[in-house]
Design a protein around this ligand. Structure first.
Ligand SMILES: [Zn+2]
Length: 483
């Protein structure tokens, strides 16, 4: 058998030299259509009758209040980077009434205008952009932000799909990028064999071609975006060279038909809360005050249905005290402002990891007696906090330096820079849990309040004490309050 082989670069002769080219948007439309028609799985969790309070109507160019006007179809949500010191046009108390008549589209940043163009080309009438649908300044803006940010989970989980602008640092940089279109045509092989003479076609699949671009993209590094990505039923990503498609049934599709080897977190049900916190804390957040808020929608979806399992500054009651066993993998300065109690992972900036067992059950394990947080918004247990404490009964060990050489090793992970550059006399270990290879402790320090039983967390330690059972029996068991 002899083979004759030719490579045909694509079906269309025209080259799509921008990610905003009609051929590219046609590709996006075919992904949306085939997902809607063929994937039952992708629409299962979406409530098509739920709408955010305001939407941009791309047909009339107006801002509509969904309480006054029931939209006539689905909406698209936008996920993008705001950039440092944003100065672009946003919704304010002053322009709200005017925008219900007409949004001044020509004054909007390029990325927003192009997102409207995508919605219109894909025949989706409504678009949600936080900057244009939540009042950003003026009278009532704080209340509006609190109210709308608590709805974020629903905004992203009930949209038809999310447009993610991965390449841009700010909306002024636009959605579409120019490129060499010939590189992004689907490559097909035409193979003719002499025994059949009927040509057969294969589409070339190449893996990992776009991974690097997506992995380094500004949007991928942004903390806020994780929940947008995890909650959305479908994501259409605009990269600097190509567009990509992710839905529950098909992840990592690209224009050339190839799959991406990288699996960015997609689909919230598949990951544990601790895994999600680890991914989240590896990303950047401009404002430390957002650390709990930007994670709140993810946390809410992970809440088990039991009514007493409340959420306390990043921790579910039922998972305490073992969920306090997180450690800081990057050592940063202690934040100058209060973000969360010291025992919460949200208190310290940077990337954190969790010790998830397996744990052994021991009479020496710590017990939570009481936990409390002061919520900034009383009805939103997942939001920002202004104070809090946890009261734990557990085994305490004091730290002392000895000169004799010892066999055993201790692993210390301080939460902040400089914690080790001082006298350790005031540090205590609070044993939280035991595993087959040792004990897992919090490192506590006295607070400046002068109260005997008040401490703050400064780190995490693990070690395997010699003659462990004997050593554990000698420990003092007492009640401590960690703020
Ligand atoms: Zn799908």
């Amino acid at each position: 058998m002899r083979l004759r082989m030719t490579i045909h670069a694509g079906i269309a002769e025209e080259s799509a030299d921008s990610t905003g080219h009609p051929l590219v948007l046609e590709q996006a439309k075919s992904w949306v259509d085939s997902c809607m028609e063929q994937h039952d799985l992708c629409d299962r969790a979406r409530d098509g009758s739920w709408y955010p309070a305001r939407l941009i109507d791309v047909v009339s160019g107006r801002l509509v209040s969904t309480a006054d006007h029931t939209p006539s179809g689905p909406y698209i949500a936008l996920s993008y980077c705001w950039g440092e010191n944003p100065s672009f046009l946003t919704l304010t108390a002053a322009n709200l009434t005017q925008w219900t008549v007409a949004i001044p589209a020509t004054d909007l940043p390029l990325g927003f205008k192009q997102a409207m163009e995508v919605a219109s080309r894909l025949n989706v009438r409504y678009l949600w952009i936080d900057a244009l649908c939540i009042v950003q300044s003026g009278s009532g803006s704080v209340e509006d932000w609190h109210c709308q940010s608590a709805q974020m989970r629903h905004v992203y989980s009930n949209c038809l799909f999310t447009i993610a602008v991965s390449h841009a640092n700010k909306p002024e940089e636009g959605l579409f990028c120019s490129r060499d279109g010939s590189l992004y045509k689907p490559l097909r092989l035409k193979i003719v064999t002499t025994d059949t003479l009927t040509p057969r076609y294969w589409q070339l699949e190449c893996f990992g071609k776009f991974d690097e671009e997506l992995d380094r993209a500004p949007l991928t590094r942004r903390g806020w975006v994780l929940q947008e990505r995890l909650l959305s039923p479908r994501i259409l990503t605009f990269g600097c060279k190509a567009i990509y498609w992710d839905c529950a049934a098909e992840e990592g599709k690209t224009e050339t038909g190839s799959d991406s080897a990288i699996r960015h977190p997609f689909g919230i049900s598949r990951s544990s809360l601790h895994t999600l916190i680890e991914v989240y804390t590896s990303r950047n957040l401009t404002s430390p005050m957002d650390r709990l808020v930007a994670f709140s929608a993810i946390a809410e979806t992970k809440a088990p249905s039991r009514p007493n399992n409340r959420y306390f500054a990043g921790h579910f009651r039922e998972e305490l005290p073992k969920s306090l066993l997180w450690y800081a993998s990057t050592h940063l300065e202690k934040p100058a402002i209060y973000v969360a109690p010291s025992w919460s992972w949200a208190a310290a900036a940077g990337y954190h990891q969790f010790i998830d067992g397996p744990f052994t059950t021991s009479k020496h394990d710590a017990k939570v007696v009481h936990v409390h947080v002061d919520l900034m918004d009383e009805v939103n247990q997942y939001g920002q906090v202004s104070g809090g404490f946890i009261r734990i009964e557990g085994c305490i060990a004091r730290v002392a330096f000895v000169k004799k050489s010892v066999e055993n090793h201790l692993w210390f992970y301080f939460d902040y820079k400089h914690c080790h550059e001082r006298s350790w006399d005031s540090y205590l270990f609070l044993l939280i849990a035991t595993t087959e290879d040792g004990v897992r402790d919090l490192i506590l320090d006295k607070t400046t309040s002068g109260k005997e039983d008040h401490f703050q967390r400064v780190g995490f330690a693990k070690f395997w004490p010699e003659k462990s059972e004997e050593w554990l029996e000698q420990l003092e068991r007492r009640l401590v309050t960690i703020v």
